[in-house]
Design a binder for this molecule. Sequence first.
Ligand SMILES: O=C(O)CCC(=O)C(=O)O
Ligand SMILES: [Fe+2]
Length: 186
Amino acid sequence: MNVLEEYTEKIKKITELTSKAMARSLNLEENCFLNQFGERGPLQARFNYYSLCQRPDRVLGLKPHADGSGYTIIYQDELGLQVLKDDKWLTVPNLSQALLVLMGDQMEIMTNGIFKSPVHRVLSNAEKDRISVAVFYTPEGGREIGPEDGLVSEEKPQIFKKVKGYADIHFEYYQRGMRALHIAQV
Ligand SMILES: O=C(O)CCC(=O)C(=O)O
Ligand SMILES: [Fe+2]
């Protein structure tokens, strides 16, 4: 087995554990998110190399965006990733050997807005280059996904509709530098 196959198999196991843990944390049946992703929910890896940049004050490594995945599992070898929270950019710590689980738009939809898909960006750096491996875990293309029934009630009205093919819609908006989540709003 080559390294990429091995990494993918391990990440697949992590998606199973993580999806179940997230369901339990919301008092939902533990397979509910896995059922929405489907058995063949794709895992797509993106390898990012951020070379040295002489003007980190003027150039970003990666422009602000939110992921269209269900969620994304990121390995990073240096600091640089930032998430937007309350209008402030926070640098994600880089713990040795740690993987980062970043919510994508489709988990925000499935949790009816409880788990937020953050806008994030990557800074550039004049001293250290940086590598990251982002694995996007996305529901099967043909499937309709939507808020879990258990997360909708009179006090917590449904804020997202059921959607199909969200990843493709997201990509069109992404290319224009825009967010797509509003298309799923009720
Ligand atoms: O390089 C990183 O840490 C994040 C990459 C990322 O956000 C992406 O590929 O969508
Ligand atoms: Fe991203």
